[in-house]
Design a protein. Sequence first.
Length: 222
Amino acid sequence: MISLDDVHLAYSAGDTTIPVLKGASLDVEQGQSVAIIGPSGSGKSSLLLVLTGLETPDSGSVVFSGKSLHTLSSDARADIRRDDIGIVFQSFHLIPSLTACENVALPLDIAGSESARTQAAELLERVGLGHRAHHYPNAMSGGERQRVAIARALIHKPSLIVADEPTGNLDNQTGDAVADLLFELNQENDATLLLVTHDPALAARCERQVRLHEGSLQTVSA
Ligand code: ADP
Ligand code: MG
């Protein structure tokens, strides 16, 4: 379903370059859940950006559903993200001027769906935020924002869900509820779930665990 082959990525900072990915390879099947672990700064977020076509690698390939992402135009990549990928960013990236319901409806609105608001309201109900539908992100707690971000990433039933430390900012109880929700929605839609986490308990709930170490991916458990 998604396959990375020998991906290299370096960032340039002034006249030095920081190599981050140095031959990362990974093959994930449809419906699988995979935890990506590794210390802070090891390149986990960068890896997710490359996987979702938001960052272009210096070399190597990323194939998603049979399409080589980085040989496509950036418009074609954006179409794939809109239709097939749900991303839960580490810092949520909610739009402050939109209510929770409007944020969640956005992917469907963009796709021209007429029932965007109704579906968004239903999903917010599902994540326990029905009563917060018309509130703005600034008026919500970290856990609530995280659930809004998850609802927005999943509203269009993407075949790939990518989440960057989805429980990182949450207390244990809220974190567990958020993780339950991700796994539940993942199974309902037979979506592939890739999650970056520092939390060993959350990693252990995934079918596979891989560690990003010195720029490449190693199997921890399969
Ligand atoms: P992680 O998510 O594992 O903490 P990141 O992928 O965020 O790691 O970062 C990996 C390394 O790349 C870090 O050293 C970080 O400082 C650097 N880095 C990340 N993004 C950029 C960028 N846009 N420009 C320059 N350096 C970056
Ligand atoms: Mg990160």
